[in-house]
Design a protein around this ligand. Structure first.
Ligand code: FES
Ligand code: FES
Length: 167
């Protein structure tokens, strides 16, 4: 199958990659670039473990995205959301509130939550439920995940308006 060269920026780094017409963004991230933080689950859009962010901050299921359609575009993966040695506030909240067990779903859950907060910094419960509906965890359950997301929202509010946010 003939390959096509695409330019793809991943976590700020530009790559020229030869991709097959049927290769997904997920396959390119994991198999060509070695970024295994983005997980391969159902590969049919049903579990959310492959979630990454597109340029405008919205979440994308990389298992459903054809790599050839990402020529000239940019993507953020779990590897790119914090400086080396640091945690993104959503990661810190997951850790603090025990929203991780085996960890397989965690990158997808965190990317989904981060995409929500990047596009809606103060989501209400309904918005959190809607955004997280397609991100499935098989072992921790979703209560601690929701607690962690609510805490990340409160933490961001406290940092923006120290006197306004409830504790
Ligand atoms: S691997 Fe993409 S949604 Fe399941
Ligand atoms: S922590 Fe194991 S699947 Fe979510």
């Amino acid at each position: 199958m003939s390959r096509q060269i695409i330019n793809l920026t991943v976590n700020g780094d530009r790559h020229e990659i030869a991709v097959a017409p049927n290769q997904t963004l997920l396959e390119v991230l994991r198999d060509e670039l070695g970024l295994s933080g983005t997980k391969r689950g159902c590969t049919s859009g049903a579990c959310g473990v492959c979630t990454v962010q597109q340029e405008d901050g919205r979440a994308v299921l990389s298992c459903l995205a054809l790599a050839v359609e990402w020529d000239g575009r940019a993507v953020t993966t779990i590897e790119g959301i914090a400086e080396p040695g640091q945690l993104h506030p959503v990661q810190a909240a997951f850790l603090e509130y025990g929203a991780v067990q085996c960890g397989f779903c965690t990158p997808g859950l965190i990317m989904t939550a981060k995409a929500l907060l990047d596009t809606d910094p103060t989501p209400d419960e309904a918005a959190i439920n809607e955004a997280m509906a397609g991100a499935i965890c098989r072992c921790t359950g979703h209560i601690k995940v929701k607690i962690a997301i609510r805490e990340a929202v409160q933490q961001a509010l406290r940092e923006r308006e120290p006197d306004a946010a409830p504790t």
